[in-house]
Design a protein around this ligand. Structure first.
Ligand code: KIV
Length: 268
């Protein structure tokens, strides 16, 4: 079977078929997730929390991201239908266009097919440059964890009209600049629905309700491996006597048929 590409995801959006994203940081879980039908493996800088034990993503380096991307790429390659690998550029590794290009080169050469960066319209020059140079980009808006200190905590974003209108506009200008995908984290359902309708590129959601084209979860969260209180948008799929492979398959099935996320996982 041909590997998942950006074109596969675009045609899934066009056909209103949900696609499934899950974080992966190593070869074994990457292969199992791709074999369970996960279409996009996100090498997230959440590895700073779940692998390295930090209390934020800020300490993660480009070398860390490249190392884990290479591991994920080796496992993914063994799956019958390899997933698309999307890798986060970490904190302060894309503050200028030059820095962003160098960081993107490192993770793309390690095996990523796409990069993800957090921010809004300030990302436009970098998105334009990456796009011209053949690097697919996902822009992450809403609750962007690299800005946790600016937000003063992990809070739902885009609740008031001005912030919501600005986010819609930023998403549209990022699409015009060449972004291939958007990711919305912790925004009210109605705003995610508005943005998903306002752009033609696929939109992934986490804590953004059921209307986005796709859902993502951190793997440790969906396996119930929380050391603290799980966020509202998390569902543990490692239940009912399932093993890890069956938990991945249940996640894929519930995203595809619209059972996940339910109302209790969303913000209004
Ligand atoms: O780093 C990550 O895992 C992420 C998800 C929370 C979307 O960006």
């Amino acid at each position: 079977m041909s590997p998942i590409s950006i074109r596969s995801l675009q045609s899934m959006k066009a056909q209103q078929e949900k696609f499934v994203v899950l974080t992966a940081y190593d070869a074994t879980f990457a292969q199992l997730a791709a074999e369970a039908g996960v279409e996009v493996l996100l090498v997230g800088d959440s590895l700073g929390n779940v692998l390295q034990g930090h209390d934020s993503t800020l300490p993660v380096s480009v070398d860390d991201m490249a190392y884990h991307t290479a591991s994920v790429a080796r496992g993914n390659r063994k799956a019958q239908r390899p997933a698309l690998i999307m890798t986060d550029l970490p904190f302060m590794s894309y503050g200028t266009v030059e820095q962003g290009l160098a960081s993107a080169r490192a993770v793309m050469q390690a095996g990523a097919h796409m990069i993800k960066i957090e921010g809004d319209d300030w990302l436009i020059p970098l998105v334009e440059s990456l796009s011209r140079q053949g690097v697919p980009v996902c822009a992450h808006l809403g609750l962007t964890p690299q800005s946790v200190n600016k937000f003063g905590g992990y809070r739902v974003q885009g609740r008031d009209d001005a912030a919501a209108n600005a986010m819609v506009e930023h998403c549209q200008t990022l699409e015009q600049a060449g972004a291939d995908m958007l990711l919305l984290e912790c925004v009210p359902n109605a705003l995610a629905e508005r943005i998903t309708a306002a752009v033609s590129i696929p939109v992934i959601g986490i804590g953004a309700g059921p209307s986005t084209d796709s859902q993502v979860l951190v793997m440790h969260d969906m396996l119930g491996l929380n050391t603290g209180r799980a966020p509202k948008f998390v569902k543990n799929f490692l239940t009912d006597g399932r093993n890890v492979q069956q938990a991945f398959a249940a996640y894929v099935e519930e995203v595809k048929d619209g059972r996940f996320p339910a109302e209790e996982h969303s913000f209004v």
